[in-house]
Write a protein that binds this ligand. Structure first.
Ligand SMILES: NC(=O)C1=CN([C@@H]2O[C@H](COP(=O)(O)OP(=O)(O)OC[C@H]3O[C@@H](n4cnc5c(N)ncnc54)[C@H](O)[C@@H]3O)[C@@H](O)[C@H]2O)C=CC1
Ligand SMILES: CCCCC/C=C\C=C\C(=O)C/C=C\C/C=C\CCCC(=O)O
Length: 265
């Protein structure tokens, strides 16, 4: 898909990876709805981008991905404002093993809700233009991560959900591609020492072992993750793709064995 003049809806976009994705889309000439529960940071981000790209190009919308009505009304406001919707980035996510139900609700629930509700706006057979949905998974969804099992499970769920949509037999009718990205440790608020400290102080830190591994790991830049997002939007051949990205290695599409035929696809 050519990005110029297309309309994107990105969750968790106030900061971090979602903010970098927004920047990359704006650079390519898209209109973007920055959606987040953090209104202060989200408004600041939009003010910053509006100065750079024009205030007709970007809006902030309060959106809580744990709530269907919140997502639906933010999607409706996006189409009302910009006249269409083409790209959805289900990116909002947290690490929180102590509040594991919240972690599932945001990381997996948010992606499932954002995809089903987004399809109602994008589907060609429902009056949309077709489009692309990109879900933020993680390398943690491709591995056993005993330090944060809930987080790893939510991301494995995102991968399974994405691959299943990518294999949809109704693609010709809906014309919506669904792909996901699995970044390794990335330089955002989520991985910062101050965030770890804050969690520790609140008794919400679960795994000192993961923190130790994280502090020794080279982190990806948010721009590197945003580049993969752009690649997945632009490449119309990608549907159900799972892109793995770890620091200092080129992005790789993960191939899964087909257990029915035992042949790699
Ligand atoms: N930072 C990392 O090392 C990695 C992050 N990821 C994933 O990338 C995505 C983005 O993470 P980062 O930018 O690193 O984190 P971040 O913490 O910098 O940003 C996450 C954003 O999501 C928002 N958010 C949280 N709950 C929300 C809700 N209920 N509804 C709407 N927005 C909500 C936050 O307010 C925040 O702006 C997440 O899904 C995360 O799991 C994946 C792999 C590695
Ligand atoms: C050896 C584990 C490798 C896991 C896969 C690689 C990177 C994935 C990173 C993420 O998706 C999430 C990023 C960071 C975790 C954030 C905080 C750690 C503290 C968790 C806790 O104990 O609460």
């Amino acid at each position: 898909m050519q990005i110029k003049d297309k309309v994107a809806f990105i969750t968790g976009a106030a900061q971090g990876i979602g903010k970098a994705v927004t920047d990359a889309l704006l650079q390519k000439g898209a209109y973007v709805a920055v959606c987040d529960v953090d209104s202060d940071t989200g408004e600041q981000t939009v003010t910053e981008f509006a100065k750079q790209y024009g205030d007709d190009r970007v809006i902030f919308l309060h959106c809580d991905v744990t709530k269907k009505d919140s997502i639906k009304s933010a999607m409706q406001r996006t189409t009302d404002k910009f006249g269409r919707l083409d790209i959805i980035g289900n990116n909002a996510g947290i690490t929180n093993e102590k509040q594991y139900d919240l972690c599932v609700d945001i990381n997996l629930g948010g992606v499932v809700r954002g995809t089903w509700l987004g399809l109602d706006f994008l589907r060609k057979d429902k009056g949309g233009n077709g489009g692309v949905i990109i879900n933020m998974a993680s390398m943690a969804g491709l591995m056993a991560v005993p330090m944060v099992p809930t987080y790893a499970a939510t991301k494995a769920g995102v991968i399974g959900f994405t691959r299943s949509w990518g294999a949809s037999m109704d693609y010709d009718q809906h014309q919506v591609r669904v792909n996901c990205i699995c970044p390794g440790f990335t330089d955002t608020q989520m991985t910062k020492e101050e965030t770890v400290e804050e969690k520790r102080a609140k008794g919400l830190l679960h795994s000192e072992a993961l923190v130790a591994i994280m502090s020794e790991s080279l982190k990806l830049s948010t721009n590197a993750v945003a580049d993969v997002f752009i690649q997945l939007v632009e490449d119309d051949t990608k549907n159900g793709a799972v892109m793995a990205l770890v620091s200092e290695q080129p992005v790789q599409e993960v191939k899964f064995p087909d257990i029915f035929t035992n042949v790699e696809k």
